[in-house]
Ligand binder design. Sequence first.
Ligand code: MRU
Length: 365
Amino acid sequence: MNINGRPWRTIGLEEGGASVWVIDQTLLPHRFETRSLASLEAAADAITTMVVRGAPLIGVTGAYGLMLALQVDPSDGALEAAFERLNATRPTAVNLRWALERVRQRVAPLPEAERAAAARQEAGAIAEEDVAMCAAIGEHGLELFRTLAAARPAERQGQPLNVLTHCNAGWLATVDWGTALAPIYKAHRAGLPIHVWVDETRPRNQGASLTAFELGREGVPHTVIVDNAGGHLMQHGQVDAVIVGTDRTTRRGDVCNKIGTYLKALAAHDNGVPFYVALPASTIDWTLDDGVAEIPIEARSAREVTHIQGLLSPDQIGAVQLTPEDSTGFNPAFDVTPARLVTALITERGVAAASEAGLRGLYGR
Ligand code: MRU
């Protein structure tokens, strides 16, 4: 997608192919900088500190992390240690484990001398497939948006379709296009008038800082709102649809996503607003049924709650304290929306009911 008219992806190989560049998302929207990842530790640290984040991009970064480890030591022991190190960086998004397993399966049968090159090739393939899957999600979501727009009453025809999104499930969370934002970009480029309500998404503010940034660079009309405003807007007919991404979706369609997603789904249900979840196949965890009981929820530092990051002066990004010195904070990073609150899943293979039958209908497994 575009930044100041120049097309970008979120990750790529540096010249020579022995290291990887990523966009440092901790500095956005105030500064745009790339960072080089040249070792396993650098890749693991980039995932933990959210230099890169978003389920699909975490997976691709993990895959390249295995390549970086194998360049130094291609032994079985080093492969296993790197797998465990990367897999532990962020526990909720299942794309990470999926991508690591894919690279491990590809390289494990090979002679040690061939492993790093094979890991590079597999990580590249995962990245390319992610782009294709997100573009396809965009096309299927666009059709859904066209149907929603056409079904509105005569007096609202031609007005922008108002879509609310939570967190960042745009191209910054993937390699390109995004999941939840892909249909929005496709709609905007196809000339379907669209306006996005952007939840700020405390505590890390991925909506206010990342979603707003990328929509702005693509010229998509949007308005940032506090997380608590969505229910009010839905009650007053100002939201035509909610669309979010997901970090892990169970085989029966329970959706784990950024903390606060569940509350948006409840408000949407109460107000008859369709609630869509966009995801590639790599986000489905076929081993799990009950998302609330079975998905591990990452608890992040309480400092993300007690402090907030922003621009302190034109050239200084920093954090300020919000809470009393002696107050503690608690920071569960994700929640689970039960399948019954999800109107439909939008995947690269098409749109399905959030149910085991719906997912099996698409994936035949
Ligand atoms: O903690 P983050 O920023 O990695 O969380 C990201 C989200 O919750 C996204 O909405 C999710 O990964 C779907 S991304 C395409």
